[in-house]
Design a protein around this ligand. Structure first.
Ligand code: CA
Ligand code: CA
Length: 290
């Protein structure tokens, strides 16, 4: 089963019409546009020409039968398939260096099986999903903004082999995703990674009684809790609180003791510092918990 990139949304919301309905356990391929709706194709295509009403298209939404508010949707990411070219842009006003940028620039990069060719430098390939989320219960959230439903989290750990747990806030969950990157550093300091369209193959499963604040990522080795809020302090605290909850559920440790474990062995990282909410994550080795 497959959802084509003709089915895109620019907000996560309960009113979005499903592009496809599947049962829990289904495997689905999402075909995604890049974050500029594939409109930047050469170094002549500058930020000032971008139609910002078409930024961050997310393919979907996918309706998962049986997903009810209060459930959790487990999204297992099997593969991210990319074409051989991506784009990165900058312009005055964008990102962490914005006050010092004086001119627009667009760079097109070739993408190989293991790296991105950037100005004679081989940047390691780091395929990831920038935007992925479910519909929130309340007001629509545009696809550029991350919050508790997921969204534009720009988290490098949301990658091949990982499982992402998202809250189900509305019937069917309404999963949508897009904004793939061939490479992005933690922080995404200029506001974009190596932006690229592609295909993502996932399996979706409804999990009942999961009872955890989310979003949560599981990799072979790590538990990763994600928090998105207006400030890094708030986002970091949220990610940390969610991990403290997870530790208490998976061990005999009290709240204090969970915090001490995190103080010794947890790693707090910035995911992105450039979106309308910023995103932090707390990582803990799975080997430390049952
Ligand atoms: Ca993004
Ligand atoms: Ca992006």
């Amino acid at each position: 089963m497959r959802i084509s990139s003709e089915h895109v949304v620019f907000s996560m919301e309960k009113a979005n019409k499903p592009a496809l309905s599947v049962d829990s356990g289904a495997t689905v391929v999402f075909e995604t546009l890049d974050c500029f709706s594939n409109t930047v194709q050469s170094s002549e295509d500058l930020v000032s020409a971008i139609d910002f009403s078409k930024v961050n298209p997310a393919t979907g939404p996918l309706f998962v039968n049986g997903a009810e508010p209060g459930d959790t949707l487990k999204v297992t990411i099997h593969s991210i398939t990319l074409p051989d070219q991506g784009v990165i842009v900058t312009a005055p006003g964008l990102g962490n260096l914005s006050g010092s940028i004086v001119e627009e620039e667009t760079v097109i990069c070739k993408v190989t099986d293991d790296h991105v060719e950037y100005k004679g430098i081989n940047v390691p390939l780091r395929k990831m999903i920038g935007v992925i989320g479910t519909a929130p219960a309340g007001e629509p959230v545009n696809t550029g903004t991350p919050h508790d439903h997921g969204g534009n989290m720009d988290t490098t750990r949301i990658a091949e082999g990982a499982s992402l747990y998202l809250p189900v806030n509305v019937e069917g969950a309404l999963l949508a995703m897009g904004d793939l990157h061939a490479a992005m550093g933690d922080g995404e300091i200029m506001g974009d990674g190596l932006e690229i369209p592609g295909e993502v193959e996932v399996t979706v499963e409804v999990v009942k009684n999961f009872d955890l604040p989310v979003p949560l990522v599981e990799t072979d080795d790590l538990w990763i809790t994600i928090g998105s809020r207006a400030t890094l302090e708030e986002a970091g605290r949220l990610a940390t609180e969610n991990m403290a909850d997870l530790i208490q559920k998976k061990s005999e440790l009290t709240f204090n003791q969970a915090g001490m474990l995190l103080s010794m062995a947890g790693n707090l990282h910035a995911c992105q510092v450039v979106n309308p909410n910023v995103t932090m994550r707390m990582e803990l080795a799975k080997s430390l918990l049952k």
